[in-house]
Write a new protein. Structure first.
Length: 181
């Protein structure tokens, strides 16, 4: 019986060594994959960073052009009555700055700002959606929430509490009323 026990111990040790070798091979393969994925992650982070900077630069330039065009349009509208022109293409929300009229915002963003400005306190996306004429489907609420977040990023609104939005800046000057459309 001692011989059988010795053979069993040798077989057990051999089995353990085989399992250890297999585990080591799996670890080495995973480490290799991890190194490859880390390289890919760094490359994608660099692309993302460049795109983010490009988008911010384009938004800033577009906002400046929009503000210039808005002031030119205001001067032209005072001299001649012109029907509004609907712009087709990328929707750009310019960064808020003193004296920038709400008229530079795309229609849906302007509607959102007007609803929030008329509210007596902070509002949630689900409260805003029906007031801008959209059905209260979850997709519409999430889309509006994204627009609200963009308006916060650009300085038009604030989010003092998560999911509760209010106007960041009241219109100043003698025309404190929000523009009519």
């Amino acid at each position: 019986m001692a011989v059988e026990e010795a053979v069993a111990m040798v077989s057990l040790v051999e089995e353990l060594r085989a399992r250890e070798a297999a585990a080591r091979a799996r670890v080495e393969a995973l480490e290799s994959q991890l190194a490859e994925l880390t390289g890919q992650l760094e490359a994608e982070r660099e692309v993302w960073s460049r795109l983010r900077v490009t988008c911010e630069t384009v938004a800033q330039v577009t906002a400046e052009i929009s503000a210039r065009n808005a002031s030119d349009s205001t001067e032209a509208a005072e001299s001649v009555s012109v029907a509004p022109v609907r712009k087709v293409g990328a929707i750009m929300v310019p960064h808020w700055r003193e004296g920038l009229p709400m008229g530079v915002l795309p229609d849906v963003y302007r509607d959102i700002v007007e609803v929030v400005a008329d509210a007596s306190g902070p509002m949630q996306a689900k409260q805003i959606v029906p007031r801008i004429g959209l059905p209260t489907a979850s997709a519409k609420i999430e889309g509006t929430r994204g627009k609200l977040k963009r308006l916060v990023e650009r300085g038009w609104l604030t989010e003092d509490q998560p999911g509760r939005f209010s106007l960041a800046h009241r219109p100043a000057g003698e025309n404190s009323e929000l523009p009519e459309r």
